[in-house]
Design a protein around this ligand. Sequence first.
Ligand code: HEM
Length: 222
Amino acid sequence: MVRPSSVTLKIIMAVSGILLVLFLFAHMAGNLKIFLGETDFDHYAHWLRTIGTPLLPDTWFLWIQRALLTVALVAHIYAAAVLTRRARQARPVKYAHRPKIQGSYAARTMRWGGVIVFLFVIYHILDLTTGHLNPKGDREHPYANVVADFAPDRWFVTLFYTLAVVAVGLHLAHGIFSAARTLGQQTEKGQKRAKYISIALSLVLVVGYLSVPFAVLTGLVD
Ligand code: HEM
């Protein structure tokens, strides 16, 4: 049985995390197309299914991307679980008085934050990709699905998305910083810079993602 070292596992976490972050930026940029109107947004969503054609058959690129994202997600969770287990085994006795201050809020909520994001992604796919949990659920009209989803009387859906996106932001504020450290950032100055960059990137994502549901909720997009 291969037993990867903790350093290898951290590298797996960093590289898989970066892949997932790249997807998040691309997905956010695509979502912002909603501000260009229904035709542009639906055209974009349709294009996603035909990227790579005619070299590849329809939807192949999409499925390759899905497979890569799934591998990255499984690797990320696997490495996190093994690293956590090793950390626990290193100290089987719980702290009698757990020190209150143990890193930032973002750092302390990595595990639960990750679980919330994971559950959100499952809900989100059933909502806006397959349409099963969407009031419209019409795969040919993603713009209409998004507008129906975040309608004012479904404020609880917007609330849930908001909590999930904030959880993504907190997870990344610490995750990007950790990845930079794993991949070689060592100086004190670099550490500060990595912290600012991680927070800035996370804020861009949170604002970018949340702009869509809130634009629908407030009637800016309808
Ligand atoms: C809050 C704003 C968001 C909106 C409005 C939104 C919108 C959408 C839409 C419309 C689709 C379906 C695209 C299509 O099949 O035509 C989709 C798919 C998806 N979204 Fe989001 N999304 C949001 C946030 C997120 C977040 C925060 C994540 C990840 C943490 C995420 C991950 C995904 C994934 C994995 C898919 C499936 C992609 C595929 O079909 O392979 N989304 N989203």
